[in-house]
Design a protein around this ligand. Structure first.
Ligand code: KE4
Length: 427
């Protein structure tokens, strides 16, 4: 596949942008080779700057749930842009968006917009600490909630481990109140609350972790997290930046029938424009400035273009049979990949939930990040590049989720599975 222009652009980018990218995962460091550059996308397809057409299973990491450049989103953004791009003054679309989310997600009685998922998660944690007047936060290894200092931690040895910074530039003092536990392990959470009485402000969790590939909550696990936080006066924060409005009309909390105290959102609610949001119980949200003592702010929070794009995305999801279609496409891809791997005799675990999926190259089931780490990354690399050369763009890391959109057709899935079968046979 000719990628001359991408190579020229990457060489140029390296002169001015660290690693040549504005977000590390785009750099292909986990799969080798160089990233390609895209300047056009439509529906389920992207075209790189050399004109190569690819079927896209990343969907800009989630926002493109209707596919790229959906006519209704483009029209909404153009119409909004004609009236200005930012006011720094309340605009009507912010009210429409807030009302819509509160109507769609019963656990959210009030909501605050931000410009990224990182901001949303960082703010939700500050709010949980301010509301409970407690400092400690539990997160789970393998779960990613953006790059705020206190969240860039992973478990050290042992279960009741205080996090050690996972990035240079984060002083240990900034992560000393972050406890990292294994996901899907109820005993670890029970022991942690016992060891830290009245000190834990809350648990933040991806209800379906999609940042170490994809794995699912064990039956009863999310219910357990709700029960134990309530029992100890802590808050349950669902990070639905990736799952929100994707895994169901009301997100993972609707799919799994859980009522978290706070929820964070992003991606889909911005329709591809910069957005994040956090919301939940009114008495908690009312602790936020200007009403309460927890400060949080953002120049572009509730930006009219992002609101217009997000509202168009959410309206179209509501108006169409999107969720039924996404479920069927997700099932078709997962079943096809499993059959292809079995026929090729390659040990693969295909984890899927609705339109999110991950293909791990391992024979053992994957229920947490420790299981995911057993995946054969060399095989994944070969699979990734084989699929890319065949015209299918999967997430450029074993530890990322894939995303299907309503713009994907059953025939696209069939072609994808056929290509995968051929490549798997050669692994
Ligand atoms: P952003 O700050 O990237 O908008 O959102 C952070 C975030 C928070 N919570 C969850 C569950 C997320 O998945 C994310 C961001 N997801 C990654 C994909 N693994 C974004 C891709 C990137 O970092 O370039």
């Amino acid at each position: 596949m000719n990628r001359t222009r991408s190579e020229q652009l990457f060489a140029e980018a390296l002169k001015y942008i660290p690693g040549g990218v504005n977000s590390p995962v785009r750099a292909f460091r986990a799969v080798g080779g160089q990233p390609f550059f895209v300047n056009r996308a439509s529906g389920a397809k992207i075209w790189d700057v050399d004109g190569n057409e690819l079927l896209d299973y990343v969907g800009t990491w989630g926002p493109a749930i209707l596919g790229h450049a959906h006519p209704k989103i483009i029209a909404a953004v153009k119409a909004a842009a004609d009236h200005g791009t930012s006011f720094g003054i309340p605009n009507p679309l912010e009210v429409t968006m807030a009302k819509l989310i509160c109507e769609r997600v019963p656990a959210v009685k009030k909501i605050r917009m931000t410009s990224s998922g990182t901001e949303a998660c960082m703010s939700a944690i500050r709010l949980a600490r301010g509301f409970t007047r407690r400092d400690k936060i539990i997160k789970f290894d393998g779960c990613y909630h953006g790059h705020a200092d206190s969240l860039l931690v992973r478990a050290g040895s042992g279960a009741l481990t205080f996090g050690n910074p996972d990035s240079a530039g984060v002083p240990p003092a900034f992560t000393q109140h972050t406890i990292v536990l294994p996901y899907n392990d109820e005993d670890a959470v029970t022991a942690c609350f016992a060891a830290n009485p009245n000190q834990i402000a809350g648990i933040i969790v991806e209800p379906v972790p999609g940042n170490a590939g994809l794995y699912l909550p064990q039956p009863g696990y999310l219910e357990f997290l709700g029960e134990i936080t309530r029992a100890h006066g802590a808050l349950l924060i669902f990070d639905e930046v990736m799952t929100g409005f994707r895994l169901a009309r009301g997100g993972a909390q609707e799919r799994f029938h859980i009522t978290p105290d706070l929820s964070t959102f992003g991606k889909v609610i911005g329709g591809g424009l910069p957005v994040g949001a956090f919301g939940g119980r009114a008495e908690i949200m009312d602790c936020l400035a200007p009403l309460g003592p927890v400060y949080q702010a953002g120049t572009l929070s509730g930006n009219p273009l992002a609101m217009a794009a997000g509202l168009a995305n959410l309206a179209e999801l509501e108006a169409s049979d999107a969720y039924a279609k996404l479920e069927k496409l997700g099932e078709q891809l997962a079943a096809g990949m499993r059959d292809a791997a079995k026929s090729a005799g390659v040990p693969v675990q295909v984890n899927a939930c609705g339109s999110m999926f991950c293909t791990y190259f391992t024979s053992a089931p994957v229920h947490n990040v420790a299981d995911a780490m057993k995946s054969d990354r060399e095989r994944f690399k070969k699979f990734f590049h084989g699929m890319l050369d065949a015209g299918f763009y999967f997430a450029p890391s074993q530890f990322e989720a894939g995303f299907i959109s309503t713009a994907h057709a059953p025939a696209d899935i069939e072609k994808t599975v056929a290509a995968a079968a051929k490549i798997l046979r050669g692994l």
